[in-house]
Ligand binder design. Structure first.
Ligand code: SF4
Ligand code: SF4
Length: 348
């Protein structure tokens, strides 16, 4: 029996490319990425999923921003329908929805291809590059075409807060800090959005976290559940099997044979994954300290995934580890957006 509990839900990342480059992105997506999954690869992956799944909950198609390659997205939806694969939703940041005509046409084509549900992102992080007006247009049109019950707005409570700043133009994150102060904005971001401190979040937004913990606080916090038992994973355009939301960490390349990959997987073949499964990021930090001179940040970390990403970023600079891929993830841990200014606050 496989050590890797077979997944029952997954996300397909058609690309890491995204016009937003949000500061909270756990996959460090953004405009600097160029490549997309090719059609043949996507078809093979979907076939592999259909052969691996026993009791599927569903998959989601995403990017980066999947609508930036709409023909590929449409192709993926059609293939899922032909293979009988349940799509939970297609995820979008709605930045492409510049007017009603464009939005209605794209949603209509997706519905005709077999899609029944979409997830539209809305948050202070997305609003930094996307005018709220576009998000609201996309929500309205998606509800018209798929029905309100089939449109997930993640997270709708931010609509009103963003609207207080501006509806027509993007709202830089620094305006939230000016308005609410670093502590108030930090609470809104970290607790209000329930940020996962992996990927870019800890690095870009860690200074605003309501609490930071020393590396020792994560001693004993292993990642067996997240890596081996969660039953949720992501597949990226480079054939990486990414456990749960662990951006930049690969359990290996599926090499167009997903059923075989799941059956053959052994964590002991991957030294860094093996440490994370047994000891979590504290153990990985110890390994990095003993072998390469890693020194934990005396200011602490916003969460265990923040520590993990910082240790992995350090190790990635020291050598080649097959699990630390794609390497461009580590080069994109800083957003292309300007550094955040701290200071403030009078609420809008
Ligand atoms: S979180 Fe932001 S940068 Fe990441 S994929 Fe979504 S919209 Fe793009
Ligand atoms: S600490 Fe690392 S391996 Fe563990 S869940 Fe977070 S990102 Fe994944």
């Amino acid at each position: 029996m496989s050590e890797l509990r077979p997944f029952d839900s997954c996300g397909i990342m058609l690309s890491y490319r995204c016009q937003c480059g949000c500061r909270h992105c756990v996959y460090a997506c953004g405009p600097r990425w160029k490549e997309w999954m090719d059609r043949e690869q996507l078809e093979d992956l979907l076939l592999g999923i259909s052969r691996t799944w026993e009791n599927p909950r569903g998959l989601h198609l995403a990017g980066g921003e999947a609508f930036l390659n709409f023909d590929l997205l449409l192709f993926g939806v059609e293939k899922c329908r032909r293979l009988g694969l349940p799509i939970e939703y297609v995820e979008t940041n709605a930045g492409w929805c510049v007017n009603e005509e464009v939005g209605r046409e794209k949603f209509r084509l997706l519905k005709e291809a077999g899609l029944s549900s979409v997830l539209i992102s809305v948050s202070p992080f997305h609003a930094e590059t996307i005018p709220l007006k576009r998000t609201l247009t996309a929500i309205r049109l998606a509800e018209e075409i798929f029905g309100p019950a089939n449109v997930i707005v993640y997270m709708s409570q931010f609509i009103e807060l963003i609207a207080r700043f501006d509806v027509e133009r993007p709202v830089p994150l620094s305006r939230w800090i000016e308005a609410y102060g670093p502590e108030g904005a930090g609470r809104l971001f970290w607790q209000g959005y329930a940020l996962i401190p992996g990927g870019r979040a800890g690095i870009e937004l860690g200074d605003l976290a309501p609490q930071r913990h020393p590396a020792e606080a994560f001693k004993g916090h292993h990642c067996r559940r997240e890596i081996l038992l969660s039953r949720h994973c992501h597949f990226d355009p480079y054939e990486n099997y990414i456990p749960l939301f662990c951006g930049g960490l690969s359990l290996g390349k599926i090499d167009r044979d997903l059923p075989g990959f799941v059956v053959r997987f052994r964590s002991e073949d991957l030294p860094l994954v093996n440490i994370l499964v047994r000891e979590g990021p504290y153990g990985l930090g110890r390994f990095a300290a003993e072998n390469f001179g890693f020194r934990p940040n005396p200011r602490g970390y916003a969460g265990k995934c923040h520590l993990c990403v910082e240790v992995r970023r350090f190790l990635n600079e020291k050598g080649e580890f097959p699990e630390l891929t794609p390497r461009a993830f580590y080069e994109n841990l800083r957003s292309h957006l300007p550094p955040l200014k701290m200071g403030g606050g009078h609420a809008p």
